[in-house]
Write a protein of this length. Sequence first.
Lengths: 392, 119
Amino acid sequence: MAVIGVGRFIQKRQDFEDSIARSYQVEMTARVRIAEGQGGGAARREVPKQVAYREQLRDNISGDTRDTAILVAAGLIAGLTGALLLFSGLIASLRRPLEALVDAAGRLAAGDLSARVEVGGLSETATLGAAFNEMADQLQAEASQREQLDRLKDEFVLTASHELRSPLTSVQGFAELLMMERETLTPKQVETVEIILDNCRHLVRLINDLLDLARSDAGRLAVKMRPTELAPLIDEVVRTLRAQTEGSNQLLEEDLETGIPTVSVEPDRIRQILVNLITNAHEYSPEGANIGVKARVIGDEVEVSVSDDGPGIPENQLDHIFERFVRGDAGLTQRVGGTGLGLAISKSLVELHGGSIEVDSTPGEGSTFRFRLPLRPAAEGLAAPATADASS
Amino acid sequence: MTMVLIADDSETILLLMRTRLELAGYEVTTAADGQEVIDRVAEREPDVMLLDAMMPRKSGIDALRELRAAGHRIPTLIVSAHQNPDDADAPSGLEIDGFVTKPIDFDRLLAEVATLTGA
């Protein structure tokens, strides 16, 4: 419509130009005749007549221009509206599947592996939807496979630890029986039995550590907290381990602040952490080393530290010391009976109590391991330090 | 003489426990599974029982459940190869007097038996 209007307008414009030109020509002819003195009244009247005629022509054409401009504008608006309507239809048919995709991707990312989209609509979005579903299928299959593997691993570790304990019970038990008759044994035999017993204890530790680690991985390493006096517990561990440290002429001293409030912990687990830390200090330090166990209250936490003046830990190993199967150099070069799991488990256990563990070490001067436990721990089993703060 | 009934499906462990308990002055009778536990109790009621939690055919837990249901109140320790009593899925209400984990700490075991028999 606008195009026709514009075409007509161009034609009119052409006619207008022609008419104006003709009018000037007529006027000029009239003026020439007047100048030559032959025009008379008719020629004299012709001049204003042509001027008026051109005026009239100009008025007409400007009206047409306005009309045409309006027409063009209207046409443009109509065209744009049409295009917009067309686009909005297109956008709507794109938007819904895309929104569904975004929603499903969000659910997938949040862990809902059953998230799928309806495949349909425009071929582009249908292809996208089908690709998304295929990816989700694959993710779900992989996840279920991983879960199955994890379950198998857990079951295996649990079964293996169970099955290993029975023969170990016999080996350790009969070796102990032999030691009950040590006066009938030669010194060489006594030494042999002691080696058997040492290795039994090492195996038990390894089995227990592996079991703890498997539980930790499966998220089933839990602590059963109950109100506990820390000082007697630490004292008991120190006294038990003194037999070992004295064997190496090491001095094991404790410095426990008086009046440490009752803490909510699982005593066996705190004992396990302490045994790990003190045994490490003992095994990695030379004969005659000093080992110190300290406990004190700092703010709303109680800090327990185990220090030694042994060889220390090289800086490049400090960052990884709490990772599993990471052992200090001494553990690899000397005959240290660790498993490389003790610190990893200790860290998990401290964190389950809502606490933290750290190490300071200077090569050649010694190491200090510190763990802190909240005095007001979180609710049972949910070791969240934030909750502990809120309740205090 | 105080009599202890021990049950375990491993012969060597039975021999080990019997030796340690006899050395400590107890009279010992043994069972290789849960059914034998029930049979021994029927023959003569022991003063204390040490039952392995997991045994073929009938477990120590199942045998204890039957004995408790029949009204037997014999003090009982459950011996388990599980590090943690939770894993032995021991149900409550069986009046279990304690758990002993393998490898057995005999000093602790003998102390508990002594406590249970009032010796």
